[in-house]
Design a protein around this ligand. Structure first.
Ligand SMILES: *Cc1c(COP(=O)(O)O)cnc(C)c1O
Length: 227
């Protein structure tokens, strides 16, 4: 019951934040981050109308692919090792965390075997923190160019994870930075590349992210409780 209430509350907050920013609320999608949560919680969220789920760890996602019987859509949002890609080939709708050409090449190879195309986002380390994954801001256009040549991946936009702050307003400059970078990439007009998606914002700061242009917000704790 709590999960259903939380999802309704988050969706209402997403709508308000979008409207406040003068945006159409339907341009913002909620990714329910279900890492460490059992399949039963995911089924409960699906019953409450939630379709998109984000997972960080492949060893956790793989059993859930069969345990969760509902027609959910899976997004991979965490750091991904190339040797794990084969376990999820063709089974996830989007990978948010492409941060290097070697990973993109392996995704392309595995999806190619199935004759399918994988939607991906390029993860950018906007803050430059050494503990964070993601390509550098300076390296982003070059990485997009390299990935754009791979026929079985389709770049849909960018993703970032700012430093953790207690004050959501402190994350706002990083969200604005990702949006500006998407503009720079879009202006380069690289064939086979779209910059329509910005994956940014989590439980503590998704409203600021929406005001800065987020189209995918990744919310875990505020839906499923503390991990
Ligand atoms: C865990 C995680 C989230 C969700 O964080 P919450 O604070 O629980 O909402 C979002 N994005 C990524 C990449 C994560 O690892």
């Amino acid at each position: 019951m709590t999960i259903a209430v939380n999802i309704a509350t988050i969706n209402q907050r997403i709508r308000s934040a979008a409207e406040k920013a003068g945006r159409d609320p339907s341009t913002v999608r909620l990714v329910a981050v279900s890492k460490t949560r059992p399949a039963a919680d995911i089924s409960m969220a699906f019953q409450a109308g939630q379709v998109l789920f984000g997972e960080n760890y492949i060893q956790e996602l793989v059993p859930k692919l069969t345990e969760v019987r509902e027609a959910v859509q899976w997004h991979v949002i965490g750091h991904l090792q190339s040797n794990k890609v084969k376990y999820i080939a063709g089974q996830v709708a989007m990978i948010h965390s492409v941060d290097r050409a070697s990973l993109a090449t392996e995704i392309d190879r595995q999806w190619g075997k199935l004759g399918k195309v994988c939607d991906v986002l390029i993860q950018v380390n906007i803050s430059g923190e050494s503990t964070k994954s993601g390509t550098t801001e300076e390296g982003a256009v070059q990485l997009v160019r390299e990935c754009s040549l791979l026929p079985n991946i389709k770049i849909k936009g960018l993703m970032t994870m700012p430093p953790f702050f207690d004050d959501p307003e402190a994350a706002r400059p990083y969200f604005a930075g990702l949006r500006r970078l998407a503009g720079v990439v879009a202006a380069a007009q690289i064939a086979n590349v779209e910059m329509g998606e910005l994956s940014m914002g989590m439980s503590g700061d998704f409203e600021a992210a929406i005001q800065e242009g987020a189209t995918l917000v990744r919310v875990g704790t505020a839906i499923f409780g503390e991990r």
